[in-house]
Design a protein around this ligand. Structure first.
Ligand code: NAD
Ligand code: DAU
Length: 342
């Protein structure tokens, strides 16, 4: 049954997917109320929801998910906690694993405890396909699904895997009414320009080359953020308690193919590619089978990749101020560390 008139506590709503999700919910369900709890790390940006700042049913609270007193205070009269907050960038997890363990593992655990102490609050955990590890390029027909064993490889994916296990443990041990979604690579408006698509688009807009890792043959399954938001919305309102839903874009591309699509979409040629040192432990291929969410909740990705990448390029072209402010901040320190890593 689809629930309406909900009060949602969304964590990480000032980030890429969380902000798109809040916009999606408030547009679709004008009666819903949303509290956005976000500590505004480097990736959190209130500009992402500037258009909702004065919306009567939207409230922003600056705070850490590990602050259980604060979380309990704001979650007490919410119907559900929708948990997006995380450290989300794989490369940063190579440089600084602890902040990933802190937020993704300890932070998720802290939220689960609060949800339990508030009398078993409904909890949805937004997770990733990276918990399943890596597929090979040779076995094209294989894809991740709800029964795939966990085999994470990076500090990021391991921290997300640990958090998924804790969420399930709270369901089995305490009966906490949870759902989990494991989604593939998102793209679209408001994505922080450290992730490959916005990094490459904005580099080209600045006249810079695009740094392609390794041999460029790694494959990702791209999904437009609006399609992910719709799937999460369906799961929180109609998903089965205790269940996991895998969400994929049905749009596998090698990084080389992706790069060529961006280059061609922006009128550049292959000479703008700079092949650089590979990411350590770089997962070769991700692909996700979304049969369960399709069969049970009627979800299908609506945006095809060609349209989606064009829309995304246009969005970055029309929102230069947004990404230029980010790129001129302490962003540069991170790249210095990343490219000078041992
Ligand atoms: P993001 O990095 O853009 O945003 C994360 C947000 O969480 C930021 O606003 C940040 O300020 C906030 N945050 C971080 N630590 C916090 C803390 N301790 N307390 C409160 N807020 C905190 O991330 P994203 O790409 O929007 O990803 C959101 C979620 O979706 C993550 O859980 C990620 O693992 C998952 N996910 C992402 C993708 C993807 O392709 N980006 C795919 C599948 C799943
Ligand atoms: O699969 C879902 C995951 O997708 C999410 O859980 C993560 O939060 C999200 O960041 C994303 O992880 P990836 O590591 O796949 O995304 P990223 O954009 O960092 O990289 C995509 C691919 O592009 C990957 O194979 C590495 C490559 N890449 C990335 C960067 C930043 C490059 O070749 N050059 C780059 O500069």
């Amino acid at each position: 049954m689809i629930r309406k008139n909900m009060k949602l506590l969304v964590t990480g709503g000032a980030g890429f997917i969380g902000s798109n999700f809040i916009r999606y919910v408030l547009n679709k369900y004008p009666q819903d109320q949303v509290i956005n709890l976000d500590s505004l790390t480097y990736a959190g940006n209130l500009e992402n929801l500037k258009d909702f700042e004065n919306h009567p049913n939207y409230k922003f609270v600056k705070g850490d998910i590990l602050n259980s007193e604060l979380v309990a205070h704001i979650a007490v009269d919410c119907d559900i906690i929708v948990h997006f907050a995380a450290e989300s960038h794989v490369d940063r997890s190579v440089l600084d694993p602890f902040s990933f363990v802190r937020t993704n593992v300890l932070g998720t655990h802290s939220l689960l405890e609060v949800a339990r102490q508030l009398g078993n609050k409904r909890f949805h955990h937004v997770s990733t396909d990276e918990v399943f590890g890596s597929l090979s390029l040779e076995d094209e027909n294989k894809a991740f699904h709800e029964e795939t064993p966990y085999d994470p490889k990076s500090p990021y994916s391991s921290s997300k895997a640990a958090s998924d296990h804790l969420v399930r443990a709270y369901y089995h041990t305490y009966g906490l009414p949870i759902t989990i979604s494991n989604c593939s690579n998102n793209y679209g408006p408001f994505q922080f320009p450290e992730k490959v698509i916005p990094l490459f688009i904005t580099n080209l807009m600045e006249g810079k080359k695009v740094p392609l890792y390794g041999d460029g043959k790694n494959v990702r399954d791209w999904i437009h953020v609006d399609d992910h938001c719709e799937a999460v919305d369906l799961v929180i309102r109609g998903g089965r308690i205790g269940h996991t839903y895998c969400i994929g874009g049905d749009s596998e591309k090698s990084n080389y193919e992706l790069t060529m699509a961006i280059l061609q979409g922006m009128g550049f040629g292959e000479e703008m590619i700079e092949y650089v040192k590979d990411r350590p432990g770089h997962d070769r291929r991700y692909a996700v089978r979304s049969h369960k969410v399709q069969a049970e909740l009627g979800w299908q990705p609506k945006m095809n990749f060609e349209q989606g990448i064009k829309q995304t390029i246009d969005w970055y072209a029309n929102n230069g101020g947004w990404w230029q402010r980010i790129k001129s901040g302490d962003y540069k320190d991170y790249y210095e560390q990343w490219y000078n890593r041992k």
